[in-house]
Write a protein that binds this ligand. Structure first.
Ligand code: ZN
Length: 442
């Protein structure tokens, strides 16, 4: 018997009386590009309503938050844990409510992806992230910095003063993928793609390398008790040029060895995937040559730009330098505890994404650093609120505030479009995900 597919299953509640035939069968067919398309299950009458435009709040929660939520909601992960902290379920429900109300998204990032890939719960964490982000994802930190530098260079070349708005351009829209300010469709189709073992190995390696480098730098900072905050800060922000051109030079040497057939095995990864910093340097050199520079002149222009305030003040470079300097100050003051392996990733995430977010939930260590002077004053201009475990109740209050700030008819509109049960929490999401991935018995 041939299976017949009934297209009416695509028409979902809520059902209201059809304007054409009067049957209570006029339901939602799809929500896309801020258009709400309804169709009648009885007579096929179709109507389109334009939904009001949205300005969703951007929230960034770090990997620790996602892991804690997943540990509470995933039945397998929960088994491995002792006593539960009910806060994480409460937090999930608070975030989920705003996301479903189309008032906020918890933006995903490639950092989440990498941090999850090295755990046994990568698929679980991905499901959770996709649900809370509605698949809005930040570009990688280096692409965000590149974007800010590119905006700055364009202004410099046009003799226009570089301001904060110059760097940020059109804001989050420029540095995210996904439908940021659109009403979401109700069906979240999640495609599971398995990461190769090589990818995971490479994440683990770069995470370890960054962690080792951190320990090394920490030991050096510990000997620098005579230094001022400003000294570390200047050193960090000025490392942009030597770091990036150093990587570029290494890559050029490896390519030369490859050309002459004298490459070393360790050259190959870089040759296949030179990394974004190298590509950015290539791009800028190309840009200067196109403008009529010789090779030597192009390198000089690169150095001039990378050493200029226009480049150094790019938010991603500036914030990461502030954070490194704040850590250096701790080390020099005698703090014995070396920050953990995830620290470089945390710094990358905060410095790249903070300027685009209304709120961040990070670990206590970083929330503490961000409250110290001069960071707290320097970062005020971005207007982002920073929360952590220590201020967990304030974060829940913030979430409630976002809801009360919404226009008065907003909730009614959400229920009209998505249905009465839409705002019921889907806290079985990770149990369902387990069931979905389990081998079918029939
Ligand atoms: Zn009808």
């Amino acid at each position: 018997m041939a299976l017949r597919w009934d297209p009416r299953i695509m028409i979902r509640p809520p059902y209201v009386p059809c304007p054409a035939c009067g049957e209570s069968a006029f339901g939602t067919l799809s929500i896309s590009n801020n258009h709400w398309i309804r169709r009648c299950r009885s007579c096929n009458h179709t109507g389109t309503t334009r939904l009001p435009s949205l300005q969703k709040r951007l929230i960034y929660v770090d990997q620790m938050v996602l892991s804690n939520i997943a540990k509470a909601l995933d039945p397998v992960w929960r088994e491995t844990r002792g006593e539960q902290d009910s806060f994480w379920v409460e937090l999930f429900k608070g975030l989920e409510r705003l996301v479903k109300m189309q008032l906020a998204v918890c933006v995903e990032s490639p950092i989440h992806d990498q941090e999850s890939a090295v755990t046994p719960y990568a698929a679980t964490l991905r499901r959770l992230r996709e649900y809370l982000s509605e698949k809005v994802e930040f570009h990688s930190p280096i692409v965000v910095l590149q974007h800010q530098l590119h905006n700055a260079l364009r202004s410099v070349e046009a003799n226009v003063p570089v301001t904060l708005d110059t760097y940020l351009g059109a804001g989050a829209r420029d540095v995210t993928d996904g439908r940021l300010d659109q009403w979401a469709d109700r069906l979240q189709i999640s495609v599971n793609f398995a990461r190769s073992g090589d990818d995971i190995e490479s994440y683990r390696r770069s995470r370890d390398q960054a962690g080792n480098a951190m320990e090394h730098i920490w030991a050096r900072w510990a000997t620098q008790s005579g230094r001022r905050f400003q000294d570390w800060y200047d050193e960090e922000r000025r490392s942009l040029y030597p770091t990036w051109t150093g990587l570029h030079r290494q890559h050029v040497l490896r390519m030369e060895r490859y050309t002459y057939g004298t490459q070393r095995p360790e050259d190959m990864e870089d040759i296949i995937n030179p990394g974004m910093a190298v590509m950015v340097v290539f791009g800028l050199l190309h840009h200067f040559k196109e403008a009529g520079c010789s090779v030597t002149q192009a390198h000089e222009r690169l150095q001039t730009f990378f050493s200029s305030e226009a480049a150094l003040q790019a938010p991603a470079n500036d914030i990461s330098s502030l954070l490194f300097a704040a850590l250096a100050r701790k080390a020099a003051a005698g703090q014995k505890k070396v920050p953990n392996r995830g620290t470089p990733n945390d710094i990358n995430a905060i410095s790249s994404y903070l300027p685009y977010c209304q709120a961040l939930f990070v670990d206590d260590q970083f929330a503490g650093l961000l409250r110290e002077k001069p960071l707290v004053t320097q970062l005020q201009r971005y207007g982002a609120s920073v929360y952590s475990n220590n201020s967990r109740d304030a974060f829940l209050t913030f979430l409630k505030q976002v809801e009360s700030d919404a226009p008065p008819d907003h909730v009614a509109r959400v229920i009209e479009v998505y249905g009465e049960d839409w705002l019921t929490s889907f806290d079985s999401i990770l149990a369902d995900e387990r069931a979905r991935r389990a081998p079918r018995n029939t």
